[in-house]
Design a protein around this ligand. Structure first.
Ligand code: 9D3
Length: 259
């Protein structure tokens, strides 16, 4: 596999660099890393904590529970992260993304937009949060995965990396599989089956064994529309259905309602 002319460069500022580095080595992101489709650096703000205890957090002004990450070690770590990207021939001022529950929701559209903006520095926080002055000075974009509580920004950073890297040319062997994926065309996936033909007394839908590819395509589209209608109706309300799609969904509804 050829290395691309310009790899995507990502530097992550994190107290747990091994977590980012080890998880990135698996699967599609790992293969793409070996193929130099993207490059990864991790910078630990603890390297820039100059006191004997390597302190990276302190108690919040005004009191309250938890600890706040110190601005100084983070600022130096962010500078070092940007410098790694620059020294590699990347962006001279890479965008800085902070993963935080206060951020905008990560969506497929944001993933595609970010990919096109190039090299990135990701900031993963721990503890209660990060000194607001550091965020104001250095962060371009704040992103959240959703409304549930995690222990820090490392897993969200890994999610963002995985979503971004799989969009890079050459990262997956099958560009079609990306285009046809659930959220790419706004529908949930149809059900999938493989051998054996009967499992636990349940047979594979006969149409999939028929060899009639036009019928198989219609069945899959109908299942995708039906499941989206049942499980994620919000995805259908913002979408204009073609005549064929409207007809297939109507069929699905008639077949699924009790007689
Ligand atoms: C229990 C602590 N919370 C008090 C109301 C605040 C809080 C602080 C830090 C909650 C979570 C975190 C750590 N989370 C992240 O860094 C994070 C996150 C998340 O928790 N959920 C969804 N997306 C993200 S992106 C980063």
């Amino acid at each position: 596999m050829d290395a691309p002319e310009r790899p995507l460069r990502i530097a992550v500022v994190t107290l747990f660099p091994e977590l980012i580095e080890s998880a990135s080595r698996f699967g599609i992101t790992g293969r793409a890393l070996e193929a130099a489709i993207w490059r990864l650096w991790c910078v630990n703000p603890r390297e820039f904590a100059m006191d004997t205890h390597r302190t990276v957090d302190d108690r919040p002004y005004g009191g309250g529970p938890g600890m706040v990450m110190l601005a100084d070690p983070l600022e130096q770590a962010l500078d070092a992260a940007a410098e790694r990207i620059r020294a590699d021939g990347g962006a001279s001022r890479p965008r800085v993304v902070y993963l935080t529950p206060q951020g905008e929701r990560l969506t497929h559209e944001r993933v595609l937009a970010l990919k096109d903006e190039g090299d990135l520095v990701l900031l993963a926080g721990r503890y209660e949060g990060v000194d607001e002055r550091l965020l104001e000075r250095r962060v371009d974009l704040e992103l959240s995965l959703g409304d549930y509580v995690l222990s820090g920004g490392e897993f969200p950073a890994l999610v963002l990396i995985d979503a971004l890297v799989r969009q890079l040319p050459g990262a997956t062997n099958d560009p079609d599989s990306i285009r046809e994926e659930s959220f790419a065309d706004g529908l949930l996936d149809c059900p999938h089956y493989t051998r054996p033909e009967v499992h636990g007394g349940a047979a594979v839908p006969p149409v999939l064994l028929s060899g009639n590819h036009a019928q198989i395509r219609r069945w899959r589209l109908k299942q995708a529309l039906g499941r989206t209608w049942l499980r994620r109706p919000d995805l259908l309300s913002g979408r204009r259905l073609s005549d064929e799609e409207a007809r297939l969904l109507q069929e699905f509804k008639l077949e699924s309602s009790p007689k």
